[in-house]
Design a protein around this ligand. Structure first.
Ligand code: GLA
Length: 364
């Protein structure tokens, strides 16, 4: 009885939103769900099993994902190290579980990533052989993995981070480049299209939306132009965008997205997070930083909408769900709070910023 009396006043749902309602009125102050504000995918990268913070083991994470996002990316679990434990062995149990969960909950899945120079299986890093051997390994990987998920994923990062940060940018020295030469890129895209003709194929990279990026983006676009001229399949560019509150500028982002749009290719913001403690000045997240971060999320999303026309919007994915999950503190060795939810699953002002950005431009 007491509970029945109390409940209408304060309902604190598992998403962290506080919904206050009087007995007469079922009013809610929860902001609209992000995905409901967009007609392109709003996504989030999530850990899958066997990581301890797996989406599939956490009802708290599932509640957030269900509400706000329409697209999922496995943060690590579809990388080669985890899908191919031995040259002839493929392991899909955990990745399949994510795809099944997504389907059950009406979400799409983006594949990340078929070809990269990191998170490779150890056997591959020790492997010796001629170009034909490595071509065979790459081909089999893409055929098997993209073939396994064919029809289940909407898109793939076919190749991740193939070019260097140098000026001029050039091919990164990877196991694939060293053993096959630059032709591995074309091979990867052709194999991916053949294995899953309906998945959109992206090239994905960091620091290409400005700052140190122009020369690297230029090199990537040379590859794209060559692919387009020779009918090598590619549908879009993924801008990782692990950014902070200052850099890159919005003008730089606009310019970078514009170069892809002019080629008729799709633009995905594929790994968005906004660091606020890049100078290691803050031991805690202050209200001023929260406000800055909120504005930054709003600005990035608005810039995307203003620069990328609806038919070329591949979507925006944030790289992790809660600040407690983010890769930034560990990797950069500093406290930071780059995401939309705090470690206790409460929505941050950043979430409102993202929503404001989505609402800043009229939907067609
Ligand atoms: C790159 C990769 C991601 C992830 C991040 C760091 O951006 O594309 O898969 O590994 O680094 O977590």
């Amino acid at each position: 009885m007491f509970l029945r009396f109390l409940l209408p006043w304060i309902v604190c749902c598992s998403t962290g939103y506080v919904i206050a309602a009087s007995p007469k009125e079922e009013a809610t102050t929860a902001p609209p769900a992000l995905q409901a504000l967009a007609d392109f995918p709003i996504g989030v990268a999530v850990p899958i099993d066997p990581w301890p913070n797996s989406l599939l083991k956490s009802s708290g994470r599932q509640a957030l994902v269900e509400r706000d996002f329409g697209s999922l990316t496995a943060e690590n679990g579809m990388k080669m190290a985890y899908l191919r434990p031995a040259p002839g062995v493929f392991f899909f149990l955990y990745a399949d579980a994510l795809v099944a969960w997504a389907k059950q909950h009406g979400k799409v899945v983006h594949g990340h990533t078929l070809v990269w120079h990191k998170q490779l299986p150890e056997w591959l890093t020790k492997m010796e052989g001629d170009a034909e051997t490595f071509r065979g390994l790459l081909q089999r990987h893409i055929r098997t993995v993209a073939g396994h998920f064919a029809g289940e994923l909407v898109s793939w990062d076919v190749v991740n981070e193939a070019f260097t940060d140098d000026t001029p940018s050039t091919y990164r020295d990877t196991v694939w480049y060293r053993n096959i030469g630059p032709a591995y890129l074309e091979l990867a895209y052709r194999e991916a299209r053949a294995a899953d003709p309906h998945a959109e194929l992206y090239y994905n990279d960091y620091d290409i939306s400005g700052a140190i990026g122009p020369q690297k983006l230029g090199r990537i676009l040379e590859m794209v132009d060559d692919f387009l001229a020779r009918q090598v399949p590619i549908d879009g560019i993924g801008f990782q965008m692990h950014i902070d509150t200052d850099r890159p500028t919005l003008a730089q982002m606009r310019e970078a997205f514009g170069k892809v749009v002019r080629r008729g290719l799709k633009v995905r913001i594929s790994e968005l997070d906004v660091s606020v403690n890049q100078d290691k000045k803050y031991p805690t997240l202050t209200p001023a930083l929260e406000a800055l971060q909120k504005q930054r999320y709003a600005d990035v999303v608005r810039t995307y909408l203003e620069t990328v026309p609806p038919k070329l919007r591949g979507g925006i994915t944030v790289w992790g769900l809660t600040d407690g999950d983010s890769w930034i503190p560990g990797f950069k060795n500093r406290a930071d709070w780059p995401l939309l939810f705090d470690a206790e699953y409460h929505a941050k002002p950043a979430l409102d910023g993202f929503a404001e950005g989505l609402q800043s431009v009229q939907r067609p």
